[in-house]
Design a protein around this ligand. Structure first.
Ligand SMILES: [Zn+2]
Length: 308
């Protein structure tokens, strides 16, 4: 699943390619993908992309009002204002940039293609992007809205951006004080911190040498400060590594840069101990016992069941 660093890199990648270009066509190929119906998706056609933004793990492609009005409450122009094509890639979704899309519309079918956006104009030359989703769990979501913060429930609920101005060391300590649950769950809760998922929460806790089971509200001020530093450093360096990479390369870069996440059984790159995991019904966390839990393995219910 793409998290803050990959979505931020995608945002930069798309800013270079989309801003100033007109959208010729936006075509949902898998019908479950579009979560809104008013305004219709066809409303983005003929509009020019003015910006690409990020809210947590959401991408927000801003389409300027051709009439120039940016006030949705303008009574003289009730349909006026910017439109936003908001994308959440979820677990198995991805964006595939295409320098030249085929002219014939894609056929709905069982393939991974979920939505296609084609740019207009001779400069664009039929370029655009496909949103794809692998696997059978279809969670990729696209919203066509006027006000993302009000109309996309996942954005309305978002907490602080961990790299934004609202998440200083003091803000972060304050957030943790109210959380009487395990730090692993707090870090990846989008309503507390926007953009961190299962992979980077493992990486941040490993960098901070902290147990994922530690209760957030019980962190000392020193521990909270160290965790904040590990969080910003981990995310910033992941954004720096991803920057400038084409969409197709981002997944591989993410995997290469991870030190414990997804590396059960491999040696910890810091101390050489074996990376262990705790598994849950539909996910797993990884950690290094020597770096994070004083050498003690954490209880893993699935493993203990297997050993009985
Ligand atoms: Zn280690």
């Amino acid at each position: 699943m793409p998290e803050l660093p990959e979505v931020e890199a995608l945002r930069e990648f798309l800013t270079d390619r989309l801003v100033g270009n007109e959208v010729a066509r936006a075509l949902p190929v898998a019908f479950h993908v579009l979560k809104t119906y008013e305004p219709p998706l066809s409303a983005v056609q003929g509009r020019t992309v003015s910006a690409v933004r990020r809210h947590g793990k959401f991408l927000d492609i801003v389409l300027a009002d051709p009439a120039g009005s940016t006030d949705p409450a303008d009574p003289a122009d009730p349909a006026g204002g910017d439109l936003h094509l908001v994308v959440h890639l979820a677990r198995a979704g991805w964006l595939r940039w295409q320098d030249s899309l085929p002219a014939a519309p894609p056929r709905p079918g069982k393939g991974p293609l979920a939505l296609r956006v084609t740019l207009a104009g001779p400069a664009a030359g039929g370029a655009g992007f496909d949103l794809t989703e692998a696997g059978t769990q279809k969670r990729l979501a696209v919203y066509c809205v006027r006000d993302p913060a009000a109309e996309v429930p996942g954005i309305a609920r978002l907490g602080a951006d961990p790299l934004g101005p609202g998440c200083t060391e003091a803000d972060f300590a304050e957030l943790l004080r109210g959380e009487n649950r395990q730090i692993k769950g707090v870090l990846r809760d989008q309503s507390v911190l926007a953009g961190i998922g299962n992979a980077y929460s493992d990486e941040i806790l490993h960098a901070a040498r902290m147990s994922p089971f530690k209760i957030a509200s019980r962190l000392t001020p020193e521990e909270a400060a160290a965790l904040h530093a590990a969080m910003t450093e981990t995310l910033r360096s992941a954004v720096a590594r991803s920057r400038g990479l084409a969409a197709a390369q981002l997944k591989r870069e993410k995997k290469t840069g991870l030190r414990v996440h997804g590396r059960t059984g491999e040696p910890c790159p810091v101390c050489g101990d074996t990376v262990r995991e705790v598994s849950y019904r539909d996910s797993a966390l990884q950690y290094c016992p020597t770096c994070q839990t004083g050498g003690k393995p954490l209880a893993d219910r699935r493993l203990s069941r297997l050993l009985k």
